[in-house]
Design a protein around this ligand. Structure first.
Ligand code: MG
Length: 347
């Protein structure tokens, strides 16, 4: 997955993280100077100060933080490093911000192979460069063997808000169109099949990807977006439930319009999961006024990350259920709010 030829240092094949790497002494300084700094080279990091100093590009900023504990660390379509960058910059992007800076906090279990850590750091660096984001600060802690499961990563992202910022779900109106930027449920299914060794061939791939280009395409096309959210934990159903509350309306989705890949459908049927409840990491939900729906889909389809964008339903006056799915023959069924215990450690 990672290209070791681009590694900034040659690591001894069996070197492992020790408690000393997290203790602020010489071992830690060597880790920072040999591995971390060359991987994330940025002016802000090179000062090795207690804090990175940033020049504000815009009067209003967005900030978002998230911790990543995904298991396994590597899965088809991504790894914990790419996920830790894309997950956080996507939260900035859907809030209407252009991601600019990111911090990286590592919690490493004693004995973790240094070469694997380096491979994950390279993945973080690649994902950050891919969205023009600079790693400006970081931290490494090592905990004794058995006190953490290999590696946890925390990232905090800062972005500049680019007007017009979507007003959010409280402003949804009956008649608005609901869109998704691509097929749903791919990340959760990829991680679950990798973890459980379900042996699908080819293995389902995560959709882990940055969404900023899709948000930018909507902005360039002057689409008046009401709300955007990436459909991560809890999937599309969680987003629609979160939107139904503040506006007091019902989100109605047509099953026949939902983009679901064959592998996601297959795994979900096998495990008794509903794709509506399974996480994506490169797919977002967008609400726009009805008249702007066609233009929005066209704008989304013009960029690769959202090439399979589709209009999937609409906002309607409140019914008994806050979220409805229209199945075959016009049957309308309520969609449950996910409980959040089905799929642990997928991000
Ligand atoms: Mg989010």
């Amino acid at each position: 997955m990672a290209d070791h030829a681009t590694s900034p240092v040659t690591l001894a094949g069996d070197e492992r993280i020790t408690l000393a790497h997290g203790e602020g002494g010489r071992a830690m300084r060597r880790l920072i100077e040999r591995v971390i700094l060359p991987t994330f080279d940025s002016a802000e990091l090179r000062t090795l100060g207690d804090a990175a100093c940033l020049s504000l590009p815009a009067p209003r900023l967005a900030i978002s933080t998230d911790s990543y504990v995904v298991s396994p660390l590597f899965f088809p379509g991504g790894d914990i490093g790419a996920l830790a960058v894309n997950g956080t910059v996507n939260d900035l992007a859907v809030a209407g911000a252009r991601p600019r800076w990111i911090t990286v906090g590592l919690i490493v279990e004693e004995g973790f192979p240094l070469a694997t850590l380096s491979r994950i750091l390279e993945s973080i660096a690649r994902a950050a460069a891919n969205v023009d984001v600079t790693v400006v600060a970081g931290d490494t802690k090592v905990v004794p063997h058995g006190m953490a499961d290999q590696l946890f990563v925390n990232t905090t992202g800062v972005g500049e808000l680019v007007p017009p910022v979507p007003p959010g779900p409280a402003r949804l109106q009956a008649g608005d169109a609901i869109l998704v930027s691509g097929p749903i449920g791919r990340h959760g299914v990829a991680v679950l099949t990798a973890r459980e060794g379900l042996g699908f061939d080819p293995p389902p791939r995560s959709d882990c990807a940055p969404l900023f280009a899709a948000v930018e395409a909507l902005r360039q096309a002057d689409v008046p977006v009401r709300a955007m959210r990436d459909a991560t934990r809890g999937g599309l159903a969680a987003v629609l439930h979160e939107w139904a509350d503040p506006c007091g309306l019902t989100m109605a989705v047509d099953e026949g319009r939902l983009p679901v890949t064959d592998d996601v459908r297959g795994v979900c049927e096998l495990l008794g999961l509903d794709p509506l409840h399974v996480a994506s990491e490169g797919t977002m939900v967008i609400a726009v006024p009805k008249d702007a729906a066609e233009e929005a889909v066209a704008a989304l389809r013009s960029v690769s990350v959202s090439a399979a964008a589709a209009r999937i339903g609409s906002v309607i006056p409140r019914r008994l259920a806050p979220v409805l799915i229209r199945r075959a023959l016009g049957r309308e069924l309520p969609v449950d709010e996910p409980l959040g215990i089905l799929l642990p450690r997928i991000c």
